[in-house]
Design a protein around this ligand. Structure first.
Ligand code: NAD
Length: 459
């Protein structure tokens, strides 16, 4: 821990030196990060393969590609983001000049999660560096290969006196949380989010909490069969595609009318077969569950007799390879863990309703989700969902693509977190917008000074 404190002292010293504030330094770090990604693509694929069984195509789509896109986007916009904005100042202050000037916060701490261990570490890092901060990155110990890759490789490319990767588990994280930071950016569970927030309160440190929860998908009866096929393909891709359902914005459950459930189940079964073949537990196209603890958690969920009775497809588990077959459940009990906690795995409950409009009440009677997805062509229903529900994001007729839109803010609301990032929102998250006023010595308004009298009341 003495080593940790020495590192933090060095990072604070670097920030105080002013080196990280210049646009040249920021751009150099972003370019170095891009070079790191290019030079080490195979190593990243290997680490993701070992940690999660992630296929290189998925690894590129969800991790390497995401990071490169973000770094390139920041590089192309950073001049504009850093430029002071003119503030319109009331005539009363004339002659005056007003500006809003983004300045770096200082030394920031980034905690990342294990499910997208490269992108959820490097995407916030891009924001922190673009904004001119020094950074400690604490990757999740549960994706140990990726964590060690980041710890070994980042110092070879980035300014090692400005960016440090500190590896470790809960003890290291707890020690880090005792230090004074200028910002903590946390991606993880609501449980640990609470710990982070109460530790941050000690030093009045601002926090961004990127948490999880249950993301519902509403499927309206689509009369056109080709629309329905597209919807089902997107639902299957969004549920089982990214990290086998171990994704914060992955679909947690689907809401559909009773009469429509059997059609949906048949189409999902066909799609699963097309995507993952006859032996879906093979590690070719599906990630594995991250560790035995998470595997047992999912197994316990399925072993609840009332939940087991609701399985209509899949349900088999392979303990040796830590894989679980894509599994569909029809109307599991609403008070079972599968419907009260975030699933974070390849289990898809389908909840049936008499009328799809009941989905709004269903969602509103639970914590605010990180994402809501809704497949519908009904404009009135879209408007109802938009105005009557609250969630970090709302996507119509697709799933998860909001994550890769740099021009949209990404973050939660309520129990799914607060703060936002991506693109300019990342830059803002790691910056302080300083109000700067400059007056002239000319024109002095005596009425602002005592002694007070009736005449000065007029102003
Ligand atoms: P987690 O909360 O267990 O761990 C996240 C980070 O916190 C890790 O770096 C871990 O080392 C650290 N940590 C663990 N225990 C700690 C403690 N007692 N004190 C301080 N730090 C501690 O979460 P996880 O299992 O890595 O990730 C799964 C959760 O993260 C899910 O809820 C998921 O929805 C959420 N998530 C959210 C997003 C998002 O962008 N909103 C993305 C990915 C995952």
């Amino acid at each position: 821990m003495v080593e940790q404190e020495r590192s933090l002292a060095e990072l604070r010293e670097t920030f105080r030196s002013g080196r990280t504030r210049g646009i040249g330094w920021r751009k150099a770090q972003l370019r170095a990060l891009l070079k790191l990604m290019d030079d080490n693509e195979d190593q990243i694929f290997n680490a993701l393969q070992r940690d999660l069984g992630k296929h290189p195509v998925e690894a590129y789509r969800d991790e390497v590609g995401v990071v490169k896109k973000s770094a390139n986007y920041s590089l192309s916009c950073i001049d504009k983001w850093m430029a002071p904005r003119q503030g319109r100042i009331p005539l009363l202050f004339f002659p005056v000049r007003g500006q809003v000037l983004p300045e770096p916060l200082g030394l920031v701490l980034i905690f990342s999660s294990w499910n997208f261990p490269i992108s959820l570490s490097l995407d916030p890092l891009i924001g922190a560096l673009s904004a001119g901060n020094t950074v400690v990155l604490k990757p999740s110990e549960l994706a140990s290969e990726c964590s060690s890759f980041l710890a070994k490789t980042i110092p070879l490319y980035l300014d090692r006196k400005a960016v440090k990767v500190i590896e470790g588990g809960t003890d290291v994280a707890e020690h880090l949380l005792k230090q004074k930071w200028d910002k903590i950016f946390f991606t993880g569970s609501p449980r640990v989010g609470r710990i982070v927030m109460s530790a941050a309160a000690e030093h009045l440190t601002p926090v961004t909490l990127e948490l999880g929860g249950k993301c519902p998908t509403i499927l309206d009866s689509l009369s056109d069969s080709s629309d329905l096929k597209v919807a089902v393909k997107r639902i299957a891709g969004g549920k089982w595609g990214p990290c086998s359902g171990q994704a914060c914005i992955g679909i947690d459950y689907v809401l559909v009318e009773h009469k429509f459930a059997s059609t949906l189940i048949e189409l999902l079964k066909k799609t699963i077969k097309r995507f993952y073949g006859e032996n879906p537990k093979s590690l070719k196209n599906l990630c594995r569950i991250v560790n035995k603890h998470q595997f047992d958690r999912l197994r316990n969920i399925l072993e609840d007799p009332a939940v087991a009775a609701s399985i209509v497809h899949g349900g088999s588990l392979d303990e040796e390879n830590l894989t679980i077959e894509p599994t569909i459940l029809l109307d599991p009990p609403l008070d079972a863990e599968i419907m009260t906690e975030e699933i974070f795995g390849p289990l898809l409950p389908i909840i049936t309703l008499s009328n799809i409009h009941e989905s709004i009440e269903f969602i509103n009677s639970r914590p605010k989700p990180l994402a809501i997805y809704a497949f519908t062509k009904d404009e009135t229903f879209k408007k109802e969902i938009l105005t009557e529900t609250s969630s970090g994001s709302l996507t119509f007729n697709d799933v998860m693509i909001q994550f890769i839109c740099d021009t949209l803010p990404f973050g939660g609301v309520g129990q799914s977190g607060f703060g936002r990032y991506h693109g300019k929102y990342s830059f803002d998250t790691f910056s302080h917008e300083k109000a700067v006023l400059e007056r002239s010595f000319f024109l002095e308004l005596e009425s602002r000074y005592p002694p007070w009298n009736e005449f000065k009341m007029q102003f």
